[in-house]
Design a protein around this ligand. Structure first.
Ligand code: C5P
Length: 406
């Protein structure tokens, strides 16, 4: 399985990930981190300190990582192992990172295999601190953490909650899933830094009466994935979400809307300041001409109900016609055409009609496109040329679209 959140140049092969484990009780949770990376198809090499192995057994780490565990600085000297592991790494994750290991990292101490591995590596380093609250808030630890961050080392957590004893507070290592997500995010380029990106996602609902609407099956997954990936790549992201079925990603500003009219109003407010506009939302083409103020009742309607629909303004075409110089506009077209050539023909006339710079085409149907984690897209430009094809998780498709824009 290819990793859902890794840029293309790295996603084509399994990543070499070093998981450094230091001596804290949260070491048992490092097993979950290793497991998640292995299940994503990556090659995991554990470098554990002696203290870490007092908390979690070598056989567990070897079975889960499917590789030998390294501890000893004087092991494999002929292969110059003290630097070779770090040189080969694409990513280093230290989980848990104790107060002591953070202090060592801050001064570049290389008195054990984990220290030499990190110093000898040019890979991104992510640390997940775990310690008691008093140690975390201590000025020495705070200064060490600031030093790590100033060098580009990502610090994920700690979280707040129950600690090892009966006490609670800040200092818990965050859960494995969060560490894995932060670690993979560290591999993304910050190539949208300073850019303002407006993304619309979800499906609009056009009200019939106070309890009913005409809607569509869009879950918002693809747009949310784009918004999240753009934020991780350094953009300032505004997400206009229409009835999202998935949680918005961290680090984006969310405006919730329901109908096409609300989406249009929110987009009009935000569009002027955006460098890139990505219209991934499924916007209803028609709305009921009249929205009744009370519930329509079958007792008064009889056997047949007629609802007249009127056309909604095309928001994308409107934004494209009033865009400022340099603003890039991307539209989506989800269609039920039977094959790629029919999809392309339709897309080529649509992009001209709308005036977008790029149109992302995908096929939808009863079982594809909507509310599923994967997607397959073709991207065309205004000239009608295919500029990109991508398939895979919606997150990997999101990164490929952003690669094109960045
Ligand atoms: O015309 P169609 O609905 O296929 O176009 C899809 C693209 O146009 C999407 O990017 C969608 O967000 C946008 N759209 C819009 N306003 C509408 C209908 C669609 O902005 N009324």
């Amino acid at each position: 399985m290819t990793d859902p959140g890794v840029p293309r140049k790295l996603a084509s092969r399994p990543l070499n990930i070093v998981v450094g484990i230091t001596g804290g009780i949260a070491a048992y949770k490092a097993v979950g981190v290793i497991r998640a990376f292995v299940l994503l198809g990556h090659d995991v090499h554990v470098v554990a300190t002696d203290a870490a192995l007092r908390f979690v057994g070598r056989p567990t780490l070897e079975a889960i990582s499917r590789n030998p565990v390294h501890t000893d600085l004087y092991e494999g000297v002929a292969q110059v192992r003290h630097v070779a592991i770090g040189q080969a790494a694409d990513l280093i994750v230290v989980a848990p990172a104790t107060a002591s290991s953070i202090a060592k990292l801050a001064i570049g101490l290389a008195d054990d295999l984990l220290g030499t591995t990190i110093l000898a590596s040019s890979a991104p380093v992510v640390v997940a601190p775990a310690m008691h609250t008093e140690m975390w808030v201590n000025a020495a630890t705070a200064a060490n953490v600031a030093t790590l961050q100033s060098r580009g080392i990502r610090v994920v957590g700690p979280g707040t909650g129950q600690l090892t004893g009966s006490d609670a507070g800040v200092g818990r290592m965050v859960e494995p899933d969060e560490i894995v997500a932060a670690a993979l995010a560290a591999l993304r380029p910050r190539d949208l830094s300073g850019r303002r990106v407006l993304v619309t996602a979800g499906g609009t609902r056009e009200p019939i009466d106070p309890v009913r609407y005409i809607g569509n099956r869009s879950s918002g997954r693809q747009g949310v994935a784009i918004a999240g990936a753009a934020a991780l790549r350094g953009a300032t992201v505004e997400l206009i979400g229409a009835n999202l079925e998935v949680s918005p990603p961290p680090g984006v500003r969310l405006t919730e809307v329901s109908s096409a009219a609300e989406l249009a109003a929110a987009a009009a407010t935000s569009a002027a300041s955006a460098d890139i506009i990505i219209m991934a939302a499924a916007v209803a083409d028609y709305r009921p001409e009249i929205t009744t103020q009370s519930k329509i009742k079958k007792e008064t309607q009889g056997d047949r109900l007629r609802i007249d629909l009127v056309k909604n303004p095309d928001i994308l075409a409107g934004l494209a016609s009033t865009r400022h110089r340099g603003q890039v506009i991307v539209g989506f077209a989800a269609e039920t055409e039977p094959d790629d050539s029919a999809l392309l023909a339709l897309g080529r006339s649509k992009i001209v009609r709308k005036g977008a710079d790029y149109l992302v085409l995908n096929r939808v149907g009863w079982t594809e496109g909507f509310a599923v984690p994967d997607n397959r897209v073709l991207v065309i430009d205004l000239a009608g040329d295919i500029v990109m094809e991508a398939s895979g998780s919606k997150l990997s498709v999101a990164d490929r679209i952003l690669d094109l824009l960045a």
